[in-house]
Design a protein around this ligand. Sequence first.
Ligand code: BEZ
Length: 256
Amino acid sequence: MNPTSQWNADLYDDKMNFVSHYGRGLIDWLKPLSTERILDLGCGTGDLTAELAKSGATVMGVDFSADMIRSAQQKYPHLPFQIADAHTYTTEKQFDAIFSNAALHWMKMPEKVIKSVWHALAPKGRFVAEFGGKGNCELVVDALRVALAKKGISADERMPWYFPSIGEYAALLEKQGFRVVLASNFDRPTTMPDDDRGLRHWLDSFCSPFFTNMSAGEIDDVCLYVTELLRPALFQDGKWIVDYKRIRVFAIKTSE
Ligand code: BEZ
């Protein structure tokens, strides 16, 4: 089961809406035009698809999660959304640009995704994406490793995320034929909402693949242990600040 099919869209919109808030800066990289057809790949609950549509562009949002697409469709009934897996996505009519915020790190076969993006783009089409890079949320991942090991579970065997280095990802794009025009790798310490409960919201929203087949009590144990391991490093002035590291890329499809 792909972990992104298991989302809780209400929790995501209520507690994790910083994800689309931060993604707005990526639209400045894309510079959408009113004449363009743009695909939002991994659109979640559609907030950035709607933001892209404000440019006048013809947009389409796709996501692997039926819950996310249901929520996007309810919030933005005037826009088209579709359930689709980016690893195998195909389209009859190519797009001028493909945009993706905070989604590619959930897709563990990046070559397949890049191939889908390539085929879905028109010649000279732009691929503009942001996602977690090497070392993203490393302190949290390390704490999960320790806490799950106490239950005899290997976090690495359950790792749901792909966090490549910028060089690794740019090389995959180039191998497909893309011209990588811009690539950036930056730290983005990210403050969680809801004070002391913020880290637990993050764990509940993003970490369910680590907790497969665990009882609610066992999950609570792990989350409490992770919280206490991380408190000295990530809890500051009453807020949780998670150690995000992001990659942004801007690549152009050079030719078919
Ligand atoms: C995020 O989208 O913010 C995220 C998801 C999974 C791991 C790290 C960050």
